[in-house]
Design a protein around this ligand. Structure first.
Ligand SMILES: C[S@@+](CC[C@H](N)C(=O)[O-])C[C@H]1O[C@@H](n2cnc3c(N)ncnc32)[C@H](O)[C@@H]1O
Length: 511
């Protein structure tokens, strides 16, 4: 039996893959550069993805960095064929997807500046886990950066209750579809029937809800397959070390430091070595998944991430601000500013002015010197006396920006994505987003996120080729509606202006 046949035994539920913002080499490049490394600039890099499925993670990267080279490997012939068809339709030639086993990637594949492996490591047999780490060493350039995601303990102790339950309950059932239906049913039963007000019931309810929200392909892959070997972070790091690799950081910036822990815990952890801090953080936060970034063990890393490193970086908010958000930059009241999944709290008019500028340019980015000038100009514009602010030098701002980056609310990059900061007279979406929108409603943004479009937005995005102005686009859409080619509920139809602005805010428009 081939390895391909042993994966998803008896299953026809395909895991189609997606684009993962945290795995983007842009983020790895920034982290490496902040840590004193000299990573290959992404526009001229070689990138390898292990277990690339149909290339949904790799293809948008290739489309955006045409002079870089991308190689994907996966043993699923169907997925590779699907990816190759997309590459052909897109007409790009800097990406190759190979139908091959990870175990067969050897030195002849060459050296890569970035190696990505998302959603594979814990879900293969331990021999292949070692192969993945061996590739991350052997095929990684001297200043290269590798990303491996995996399931961790202690979070998976709890998750394993539902996994064990579903596997026990569906043991012996051949059909994957039937298995999933039965697995969901037993989950529902357990969620309802765990006894009284027990802590166990609460624990189970949370887990059951989260599994029930996931789609069938994920449930099948994560909870019903034979291989799923969570490990402790320290075990992963020890195993990586046995392959000549060291911990560079976490692709989830908010997990680079101990800031995610409560204040009291931070004080207790502060003097521990970094790796111990990270392990105790997993115990504290009940972590179940990690995205670890590795590099060769001979590199001396700079772990102090101070504001003076920021000169070369483009700065952007990580999360989308509320529509047309305006802060009262003259107020010294503490405000919590919600930015996607992050919140920044500040009482400083100067900091608020800087955040306001980042909101105004979102999803675009600015250099620190321009952010500094913009914040001062904003405060001067509203007549706020700068002398009232204790720290308005560029260095003060850089220190704050670094703090906010380490909290996860700011994205730093050396080669930021190309995004439109305004809706132009001839709005354009990327060729990939247009191609995706021409067949289905899930498109990838310039921030490497999946955006779900309703039918009308899908029709709009598929036509954003930079050659139609909004009036002719509207006319074309109206005619298609009249002819019955587009089915929309005219009562709930948004204006084209609103849709274009919606697309811009989600980084679907390019300059
Ligand atoms: C859950 S999917 C993850 C896909 C993608 N990386 C993502 O996260 O969306 C795991 C992928 O790894 C591939 N895979 C698993 N074991 C493999 C092996 N030994 N060699 C090559 N591909 C493998 C599977 O075919 C599948 O496409």
């Amino acid at each position: 039996m081939t390895a391909a046949a042993t994966f998803n035994v008896g299953s026809n539920i395909a895991y189609s893959g997606a684009s993962y913002r945290m795995s983007h080499p842009r983020r790895l490049e920034a982290l490496a550069a902040l840590s004193g490394m000299h990573p290959q600039p992404l526009p001229a890099a070689r990138v390898l993805e292990l277990g690339c499925a149909s290339g949904r993670n790799l293809l948008p990267q290739a489309a955006n960095y045409p002079d870089a080279e991308f190689v994907g490997v996966d043993f699923s012939g169907r997925q590779i064929a699907e990816g190759q068809a997309m590459i052909k339709a897109l007409g790009i030639d800097n990406i190759r997807l190979h139908e091959a086993r990870i175990e067969d990637v050897d030195g002849s594949w060459g050296v890569f500046d970035y190696i990505l492996c998302h959603g594979v490591y814990s879900w293969v047999n331990p021999g292949v886990e070692d192969d993945i780490l061996a590739i991350c060493q052997r095929n990684l350039a001297a200043q290269g950066v590798a990303y491996v995601s995996y399931n961790v303990l202690p979070g998976w102790h709890v998750r394993n209750i539902t996994r064990d339950l579903m596997r026990y309950h569906t043991d012996g059932i051949e059909s994957a579809t039937e298995k999933i239906v039965r697995a969901r049913a037993i989950l529902g039963f357990m969620g309802k029937n765990a006894p009284g007000n027990s802590a166990y019931k609460a624990l189970l309810a949370e887990e059951v809800n989260s599994v029930q929200r996931s789609d069938d392909a994920y449930l099948n892959y994560e909870f019903l397959q034979n291989d799923n070997h969570p490990c402790y972070f320290h075990e992963f790091i020890e195993r990586a070390a046995s392959h000549g690799l060291q911990y560079l950081g976490d692709a989830n910036t908010a997990r680079l430091s101990i800031r995610a822990a409560p204040q009291e815990a931070q004080a207790a952890l502060a003097n521990l070595p970094l790796l111990k801090q990270q392990q105790y953080m997993d115990f504290l936060l009940n972590t179940s998944f990690r995205r670890t970034v590795l590099c060769h063990d001979h590199i001396r890393l700079e772990r102090r991430r101070t504001g003076n490193l920021l000169d070369r970086f483009h700065i952007a908010l990580s999360g989308r601000p509320q529509k047309k958000l305006r802060l009262d930059v003259t107020s010294k009241e503490t405000v919590d500013i919600a930015l996607g999944n992050n919140t920044i709290s500040s009482n400083s008019p100067f900091a608020k002015a800087a955040i306001q500028h980042l909101i105004d340019v979102f999803p675009g980015s600015v250099m620190i010197s321009d952010l500094h000038k913009a914040a001062i100009a904003l405060l001067e514009g509203v007549g706020y006396p700068l002398s009232d602010e204790p720290a308005t030098r560029l260095e003060d701002m850089a220190a704050v920006v670094m703090e906010v980056y380490l909290g996860g609310a700011i994205e730093l990059s050396l080669h930021p994505p190309k995004v439109a900061s305004t809706v132009s007279d001839l709005p354009a979406a990327s060729p990939l987003a247009r191609l995706q929108a021409s067949t289905h409603g899930k498109v990838v943004s310039q921030l490497h996120e999946t955006i779900v479009l309703d039918e009308f937005k899908r029709q709009v995005v598929s036509r954003l080729d930079g050659e139609r102005d909004p009036d002719s686009l509207w006319l074309e859409l109206a005619r298609a509606i009249d002819r019955g080619e587009i089915e929309v509920d005219s009562n709930s139809m948004e204006s084209l202006d609103d849709i274009l602005e919606w697309c811009r805010e989600r980084a679907l428009l390019i300059e």
